[in-house]
Design a protein around this ligand. Structure first.
Ligand code: C2E
Ligand code: MG
Ligand code: MG
Ligand code: MG
Length: 282
């Protein structure tokens, strides 16, 4: 009966909630050990220049190769890592992994010039963050201009984070504002923060359905960004139509499943060869 089904549903709901709590607790307890065991890995998603259709860099995206749960995506553990403070050692590990990978690609003659790493606002607010980043870059023999940090709008609201940004920018590290168009979206904030690029969030890109669609928010964001001398990146480009539309609207760089999913580093050389040999995607 309906009553029985209702009760069953309720019990199931309670159970899944408990399971989630237990799992979260378990994950949180195993963070430190996972770090020691090198269970955190990076996948890389290419960013493509729309003028030349050449790959200009890669965004590094963290995954947790968990012994029990398999490959975990950041949405499952980054919020937790931010709450527990674990995001700070994790973030340093991600930076080391990304820099080590670029060094290795250089040795192997794989042409990767730029890697973009996501940084939590919590980490950015650490007073020693800028110094730590510069140390990691020099330990790996990279140039500061080969590293880009992707930050979010919330970081711009914290004075210590803004200080880190000025320090990093002065040293030549590239800065990119991620997920633009989702939060408080102040072009006003933008004037106070020294970013080089603006990444339009994929929720806005998803609204570009066909080339007839005007998508005024995307086009005006591109125009405004250019007036501020910022490069514009579109994230979450899933179709050829979106790519064409963005190119016509003057967007500089595109990233998304239409070009490539994030891939493990071992697949990057093969991807590069295939991409260079293809008649491109526009
Ligand atoms: P994000 O920086 O905005 O990264 C873009 C996300 O969109 C990635 O999800 C990527 O896999 C996904 N994506 C890329 N192209 C497409 C597409 O065409 N369609 C769709 N539907 N999705 C696409 P992912 O890897 O799950 O990462 C989610 C978020 O986790 C990231 O969003 C970033 O905020 C955070 N994150 C990832 N790696 C790190 C990290 O190393 N440190 C920190 N603090 N945060 C990270
Ligand atoms: Mg990002
Ligand atoms: Mg983003
Ligand atoms: Mg996003």
């Amino acid at each position: 009966s309906a009553k029985k089904a209702g009760r069953g549903q309720h019990r199931f709901f309670d159970q899944s909630l408990n399971l989630k709590d237990v799992e979260e607790f378990h994950l949180e307890q195993s963070f430190a050990e996972a770090l020691r065991n090198r269970e955190f890995v990076l996948h890389y998603q290419p960013q493509v220049c729309l003028d030349s259709m050449k790959i200009i860099g890669y965004e590094a995206l963290v995954r947790w190769q968990h012994q029990e749960f398999g490959l975990l995506y950041p949405d499952r553990f980054i919020p937790m890592a931010e709450n527990s403070g674990f995001v700070i050692p994790l973030g340093l590990e991600v930076l080391r992994l990304a820099c080590a990978q670029v060094t290795q690609w250089q040795v192997e003659d794989v042409p990767v010039r730029l890697v973009a790493v996501n940084v939590s606002p919590i980490q950015l607010a650490q007073p020693q963050f800028c110094r730590q980043v510069l140390e990691i870059i020099s330990e790996h023999g990279l140039k500061t201009g080969q590293l880009e940090l992707e930050i979010t709008e919330t970081a711009m609201l914290d004075a210590r984070a803004v200080e880190s940004l000025h320090c990093l920018k002065a040293a030549g590290v590239k800065l990119s504002l991620d997920d633009f168009g989702t939060g408080y979206s102040g072009f006003a904030h933008l004037e106070a923060v020294p970013v080089d690029k603006l990444k339009i969030d994929r929720s806005l890109i998803a609204k570009i359905c066909n080339s007839h669609d005007d998508s005024p928010i995307v086009s005006s964001t591109i125009i405004l960004a250019k007036r501020m001398h910022l490069k514009v990146v579109a994230e979450g480009v899933e179709t050829r139509e979106q790519l064409v539309h963005l190119k016509v609207a003057g967007c500089d760089i595109a990233q998304g499943y239409h070009l490539s999913r994030p891939i493990p580093p071992a697949e990057v050389p093969g991807f590069l060869r295939a991409f260079a040999g293809s008649e491109a995607v526009v």
